[in-house]
Write a protein that binds this ligand. Structure first.
Ligand SMILES: [Zn+2]
Length: 457
């Protein structure tokens, strides 16, 4: 409330001073500062809380699961349904809608200045199998509510604003994740991605056509953009642990994913003496336990896991002759990712020597960390200041569509508090209060970038 009193105080002082100015034709000391404070006041906006929550509940009905989660896989019938619904909502707000060749959905609200570049705001409406109702959807609904608020309040902006629903962020039915934004940003070739098939062998392009969302606009930036903003749930525990209202995201972690294969001697587990054995699984076990320990030696935010293992012949009565397993390390600092990579290979070499194994390795994916643009980070930080929310800067431990957007334009994100740090499960939870605070932050940051033209006080 302190900010509201400050605004009221400024209004009173301003009124008195300007009356004096008009009456006596005098210059007022500090006039510029007062005008600056006035401009700040004009830009604070809040969304309609009831409608925002109702809209979140409405979207969560499409693909709802029995346990309060969401099963809305990309290009499924549920995805078509939520897309149709979102289309209607955008149409009702008078947005100029376009669907690109990869199914990405854009809704445009014109700006006052034809020379100004567009501000893009969005996330994704698809979900994980039996996922939560907030992952992705919160970002799209918040962008929609931002537009509704601008329309209700008759606020005009210098820059055009576009809201977006990216195709297949989740990557569970078709890989990779963040596919639509990746194609749009030019990271993936559209023809390669069209050919991808799901578990049942159904082609991506065929499914996109079937649900009626293969548009005719090129899946590429068709103009220069001012910047991108995305609201997403944190999907980790850091904001809740620190008792924050909202997170100001400064970047996205880099990572290294790869696989190691050990070749030992498959043999009978009974008659073979221990000194004769070259057990590929024993080598793997040694390295996997190190993959667990390496992050603790490197940094506070370093994480590492083995998520996959294939054991051959995988029989209770045979010494494992061949084992393939994976590593995955992430950290905000690319040098730390490199260090984790170096260490896991050194551990793998040592384990191979101990157990008498041949081995090979392959790094399957390496991504540099993404540092978001200072101007956009500042816009988010200023929004939390104006709204008097407790906020802290945070690095994203997961990839988002913002990763690809950042290749094309200045980008930042807003994180909503994940109550228990969980996501990609029906247990995913963010309180409506935290959803609303994150959405208000997005709205004010968006308005900052788009430049409000004028509004009656
Ligand atoms: Zn997501």
């Amino acid at each position: 409330m302190g900010y509201a009193y400050l605004v009221l105080g400024i209004q009173i002082v301003q009124y008195i001073l300007f009356e004096l100015k008009l009456a006596f034709y005098i210059d007022i000391p500090g006039e510029d500062l007062i005008m600056f404070m006035w401009a700040l006041r004009v830009m604070v906006v809040t969304l309609d809380q009831d409608r925002f929550i109702e809209t979140m509940e409405e979207q969560a009905k499409i693909g709802a699961t029995e346990n309060g989660g969401l099963h809305r896989l990309t290009l499924s019938n549920e995805d078509k349904e939520i897309r149709d619904w979102f289309y209607d909502q955008m149409e009702a707000e008078g947005l100029d809608i376009r669907i690109d060749e990869f199914g990405n959905m854009f809704g445009r609200r014109d700006g006052e200045d034809p020379d100004k570049e567009t501000v893009l705001i969005g996330s994704h409406l698809d979900s994980q199998p039996y996922g939560g109702i907030y992952d992705g959807a919160l970002g799209v609904i918040s962008a929609l509510e931002f537009i509704r608020m601008l329309n209700d309040e008759e606020i005009t902006t210098e820059h055009p604003i576009e809201i977006v629903n990216w195709t297949n962020e989740e990557g569970s039915r078709y890989q990779p994740a963040m596919q639509g934004s990746g194609v749009w940003a030019g990271t993936h070739d559209i023809e390669d991605e069209y050919k991808k098939t799901d578990e049942d062998g159904v082609r991506f392009e065929d499914e996109l056509e079937r649900i009626g969302y293969k548009g005719d606009v090129p899946a590429a930036p068709t103009e220069d953009y001012e910047g991108y903003l995305e609201l997403h749930i944190e999907q980790g525990p850091y904001l809740a642990e620190a008792n924050m209202d909202v997170g100001i995201v400064t970047g996205i972690v880099g990572f290294s994913w790869g696989a190691i294969t050990y070749y030992g001697d498959a043999d009978h587990t009974g008659p073979t003496p221990m000194r004769y054995r070259s057990d590929a699984l024993v080598g793997a076990a040694d390295v996997i336990s190190q993959i667990r320990r390496i992050p603790g030696m490197l940094g506070e935010r370093t994480v590492g896991s083995t998520g996959y293992m294939d054991v051959k012949p995988n029989s209770i009565n045979t010494i494992p002759g061949e084992v393939t397993f994976t590593w995955g390390f992430r950290d905000p600092d690319d040098d730390v990712v490199q260090e984790a990579f170096d260490r896991v290979l050194a551990e793998a070499q040592a384990a191979a020597e101990r157990e008498g194994l041949d081995w090979e390795w392959e790094e399957r994916m390496r991504a540099s960390s993404v540092d978001f643009a200072q101007e956009n980070i500042n816009a988010v930080a200023e929004a939390t200041d104006k709204l008097e929310y407790d906020a802290m800067k945070i690095f994203s431990g997961a990839g988002h569509d913002a990763t690809h957007a950042a290749d094309v334009m200045d980008t930042s994100m807003v994180f909503a508090v994940s109550e228990n740090g969980k996501s990609h499960t029906e247990e995913e939870f963010t309180s409506w209060e935290h959803c609303y605070k994150a959405a208000n932050t997005l709205a004010n940051a968006g308005l900052e970038l788009a430049g409000e033209t004028e509004r009656e006080a």
